[in-house]
Every structure is written in structure tokens, then in C-alpha cells.
Design a protein around this ligand. Sequence first.
Ligand SMILES: NC(=O)c1ccc[n+]([C@@H]2O[C@H](COP(=O)([O-])OP(=O)(O)OC[C@H]3O[C@@H](n4cnc5c(N)ncnc54)[C@H](O)[C@@H]3O)[C@@H](O)[C@H]2O)c1
Length: 362
Amino acid sequence: MEFWASSLGQARGEANMRVLITGHDGYIGSVMTPVFLSAGLEVVGLDTGYYQDCSLIPESTRVPEIRKDLRDLTSKDLAGFDAVVHLAALSNDPIGNLNSVWTEQINFQASVRLAQLAKAAGVERFLFSSSCIMYGMSDASWVNEEAPLDPKTAYARSKVLAEQAISKLADDRFSPVFLRNGTVYGLSVRMRFDTVLNNLVGCAVTTGKVVVQSDGKPWRPVIHAQDVARAFLHVLKGPREVIHNQAFNNGEDGMNHQILELAETVARKVPGAAMECRAHADADQRTYRTDFGKFARAFPDFKFRWNIEKGTEELVEAFRKVGLTHADFIDKRFTRLKWVRHLLDSGMLDDSLRWKTQRGGS
Ligand SMILES: NC(=O)c1ccc[n+]([C@@H]2O[C@H](COP(=O)([O-])OP(=O)(O)OC[C@H]3O[C@@H](n4cnc5c(N)ncnc54)[C@H](O)[C@@H]3O)[C@@H](O)[C@H]2O)c1
């Protein structure tokens, strides 16, 4: 008998699929966990809880969780799972640049070790949350999965190194998959205002201004957190021959937008909001359009449900409902770099970015 059934759901019966989501307490993880639960999967979370005190809206679900630093896992932590979805990371360029050693240790070395432990424990699938940021990009050209990788920051390098090393672990019992996301937007319990569309909407709602920190021309792929979660779920359950050791740009071609287009959409959806372009010399000059053809060919039945209009409306409504103020918008709880600096400055994290005192968890 062939060891592999054609898809993971068939191998164990979907209702019994047991999935470990690392970083389940973060921005994407807080959205993905309920999506996986609704699909009938058994979910266990693993997170050190850096952003435990950073909720914008109430949490609707809790799952059993392992409160641990990714760097301190043992093989016991990985026992009994069918799949691992690996989101935990220092998750953008600014926080990556804070201390590149932490980024390398967590995003690269600990990710590879996690994959090794998972493989040794008999976990069949390993989904790695990667980023389109790893492509060399400066000229608005289209990049597919074969485009040269040219990481420009510690964060981007950590994603490239992790993908390359984890890919080498692939064999007939272990299937890693690399989902390269664009910039994520949308409502989450652990809201972030340091990603572009969330930032534009938050600013517009709380100040009446849509502030673009460049000339607005750069292109970005953007994807809603709910679509990230749904796409991960779809890939997780996909046929092994389609997903095995593959990298996919996660999204569809229409998700590429110029920053100006994002800003104009926000200005339309927030009555009275005025656009302001503050082009400055050190503005982020990255510009690239992501080719999502491989994802569409591999998963022809999958439909992305969100677009920037609908996503902006969702955010505007949610921010009004919670009474988001400008103080909230610029608060350290919703910007990854500011919050980690606060945890360090207040002595809660040590100089290896581990908690000095044990944090609560279930
Ligand atoms: N948000 C985006 O726009 C975006 C885009 C592309 C890729 N990604 C990737 O998706 C993943 C999730 O992103 P996010 O926006 O939810 O980030 P996030 O910062 O909101 O969440 C990351 C989570 O990982 C946890 N974590 C970090 N270091 C850890 C460690 N050493 N041990 C245990 N837990 C740790 C944090 O506590 C946090 O809950 C990341 O890998 C990120 O690189 C995100």
C-alpha cells in the first residue's frame, strides 16, 4: 500500500486532523485559528505570546496552546500532529533590523529546527508562512516563483534561508510547502497598523487624512488575512503531488496595487478624508508585481473572496465600532517594533528576546 493517501484529509479523516499553528496568537494566527476550527480541524497553538496584551477586539476562540519560545522546543512538543502551519516569526523589516541575530535565530534557525522536529515526529505536512519580500525588486516587473531571490533585509534573508533549508528535508514522508504572502490587511484580534492598507485606513478614520509616505507609485501585492487563512487551509488539504516541496505566491493577479490606488480607495470609503503625499528621500522604494499564476493552476477551484474595497469597508466599520482614536492608532500595541522595544525597555524580555518571567497560558 502506498504510504501516502492523495491528500491529508483522506489520510486521517478531516475531522481528526490535528494541526499545530505556531504564532497562532499573532495578527494572521488570530484569524487563521478560528477558520481552521470552523473547518473541523483540531488546532493546538504555539506562541511565546509577545503580543498577548495587544488586542484591539475581543478574542472569539481559544485553543489549547503551548506557551513556549520557538527556540526552546523539544521533540515532545511535536508529537501527535498531522501538520504544522508555521507562522511564528519576527514579522517585518523594522523588527528584523532591530537585531538581525534574533531574526536569524527565530525566523531561520528555529524554523528549520521546528521542521526537523516535525519530520522526526512523523508530521506529514509543513506549511511555511513566507513572503514575497524575498524577490529582488526595483522595477515594477512581474515576479513568479522562479524569479531570482534577492533579499535586501535581515527579515527577507531569514525567509530565503529558512525556505532553502526546510526544502532539503522533503522526502516521501515529509512535505514542506512555502506560501509567499504579499502584505496582509484586514481585521484581527491582534491588529497591526504597520502594514500598508491597515495603516492607511487607521490614519484616515482617526485623522481624516490618507497619508502616503511616498509618491504612491510603488506596486504591492496585498491579501486579506481571511484569504491567507483560507488559502493555507486549502493547500494543507491539497493533493500531495501538487503541494510537495513547492513554493507558491499566495494570491491572485488582481491583488497587485499601486500604493496610490490603495490610498484612493481608502479616501473614497472614508467620507471627508483627504489625500496627502509625503514623498521623502528615504521612502520605501520597493516595487514589484507578483505573478500568482502557479497558485491558480495548482488550485483552480479556490476562490479568493476579498478585495481592497471590501477590506477597507470592513476596517472602517470595525474601527468606528470600537471607537478607534488617534492615540490607539499610534499606540505601541499595534506596531510590532514599538511593542517589542517596549517589552525590552521595561525589562520584560531579556537580551535574547525571551521572557524574564514566565507568562500565563493554558
Ligand atoms: N503580516 C504580513 O503582512 C505578512 C506578510 C508576509 C508574510 N508574513 C509572515 O506570516 C507570519 C505571521 O505574520 P503576522 O503578521 O501574523 O506576525 P505577528 O508578528 O503578528 O505574529 C507572529 C507571532 O509569532 C510569535 N512569535 C514570534 N517569535 C516567536 C518565538 N521566538 N517563539 C514563539 N512565538 C514567537 C509572536 O508572539 C506572534 O504572536 C510570519 O511568519 C510573517 O513573516 C506576514
